[in-house]
Design a protein around this ligand. Structure first.
Ligand code: F0G
Length: 435
């Protein structure tokens, strides 16, 4: 059997580990020869450099469904062979790049921008990968789709599968999913399995189920998801008029997003969209830090930990996309660090009180910027984009514990005050508040 494909189609799948090529319509998400994760390759677009920038910019604000999406606007680099009829879009993307002085001050980096992926339709960056994953599921005639999740992937999968009319099966760790995410997953209509185990257990189970029960796996090891998630970087670069920042900071769990960022930057550079590469700063929770541990040892060997952190989205001990995330760090001269739960909660309180708000895992990127700036890795004059991966309302349980219940009250807690229904009580409060 040929290892390469006989003719070069528009897009194909490649195992970077052993060089095996597969058609873009294959159901496989892993190399049948060596088990490596597959990636998608596309033929070069007609335009490159300045002309490609102009093409992407010109699509902004156009009304048709593909141009209205902050994913499909970049279709030449995502999935050029998908037709408008194929695509399942909400639309998604088009998320803001925010400046908040209070957050900049707290991190010690004046030129800090917040790329808020919580503005996606289901409240996290996962929608960018899912629009492509579900589009592909429909194109290849999948009978059902499945994922393991800490909550955001499952919410996104549930929503997009419903839009496409596909049955969805999700595996989540029982008792470990933030309230907003579980509520969304149920409401959008996915068959939801509360697995007695952690995320890593759920992931092993869904992989087995996908292989043996003929359902299409839509975790971030799926190369089509990665193509969609690349657009976080592409859209950010476009918002900066293709003048790249010095750093892009992001929270890291199963490492799909880190891989997507590396691939996007590599391609953007090769196509002449940007003159230089930003450095990636991947931030993990200290209790779920296998990638940070491996980085400290120069990636000499993979690590596996029993994960524990308040940032349940990144409570992952054995990341699936380690190999390609290492490539992303090497390509961009990136760094990987970790922050404690206390640092995550403080960063979150700062982001929330700035009026922006984000979920706990997202705040890890801001806490990480502060730590790297204090260490002198990020300079105070560097331009930094920190990605906020999820919306503040994803985890209302943690918010109420922090502000209302924690004893003693954390320094930034905003305790509610119960009063009798009389004006004098309000007046007394205002007098105390002013003094
Ligand atoms: N931030 C949020 C809000 C997430 O939900 C996730 C991952 C990450 C960061 C980390 O991204 O795994 O690609 O390194 N959530 C997955 C899920 C695991 O199931 O929703 P990663």
């Amino acid at each position: 059997m040929e290892r390469g494909l006989p003719e070069r189609p528009q897009s194909w799948q490649l195992c970077p580990r052993c060089g095996r090529e597969l058609s873009s319509s294959s159901f496989a998400t892993q190399c049948p020869d060596c088990g490596g994760l597959l990636e998608l390759r596309h033929g070069p677009p007609r335009e490159n450099g300045k002309a490609l920038q102009v093409l992407f910019l010109a699509r902004r604000g156009r009304p048709d469904a593909l141009d209205a999406s902050g994913v499909w606007r970049y279709r030449e680099l995502v999935l050029p062979e998908a037709s408008a009829e194929d695509v399942v879009t909400h639309p998604e993307g088009n998320t803001p790049l925010l400046v908040r002085e209070a957050v900049s001050r707290w991190t010690g980096v004046e030129a800090l921008l917040l790329k808020h992926e919580g503005h996606n339709p289901t409240g996290s960056f996962k929608d960018r990968g899912m629009t492509v994953g579900i589009t592909q599921a429909r194109r290849i005639g999948a009978r059902a789709v499945a994922c393991a999740s800490t909550g955001n992937t499952s919410a996104s999968l549930a929503a997009y599968a419903s839009s496409a009319g596909l049955p969805a099966l999700v595996f989540v760790p029982a008792g470990q999913v933030a309230l907003g995410k579980l509520a969304q997953t149920l409401a959008y209509g996915a068959k939801t399995l509360l697995v007695r185990g952690d995320f890593d257990t759920c992931f092993a189970l869904v992989r087995e189920a996908a292989e043996k029960l003929n359902v299409y796996l839509l975790n971030s090891i799926n190369p089509f998801r990665i193509e969609g998630q690349k657009t976080i970087v592409l859209e950010t670069l476009e918002q900066l008029l293709f003048d790249p920042p010095d750093w892009i900071a992001l929270p890291a769990g199963n490492l799909g997003n880190t891989s997507a960022f590396g691939k996007a930057l590599k391609e953007a550079s090769e196509l002449g969209l940007i003159p230089r590469l930003p450095r990636l700063a991947c931030i993990q929770a200290a209790g779920a830090n296998p990638f940070a541990r491996a980085f400290r040892e120069g990636f000499a060997r993979p690590h596996r930990v029993k994960a524990e952190t308040v940032a349940t989205a990144i409570r992952i001990g054995d990341p699936a996309s380690l190999e390609r995330a290492i490539a992303a760090i090497r390509l961009t001269r990136g760094v990987v660090t970790d922050v404690t739960d206390e640092e995550i909660l403080e960063a979150k309180a700062v982001v929330d009180a700035s009026g922006v708000g984000c979920e706990p895992a997202s705040a890890a990127s801001v806490a990480g910027v502060r730590k790297l700036a204090a260490e002198g890795v990020i300079r105070p004059t560097d331009r930094v984009v920190a990605v906020l991966t999820g919306h503040i309302l994803k985890d209302p349980g943690l918010l109420l514990r922090y502000h209302q219940e924690a004893e003693p009250a954390p320094a930034r807690a905003n305790r509610p005050i119960e009063i009798e229904p009389v004006l004098s009580a309000v007046e007394a409060l205002l007098t105390r508040w002013k003094s």
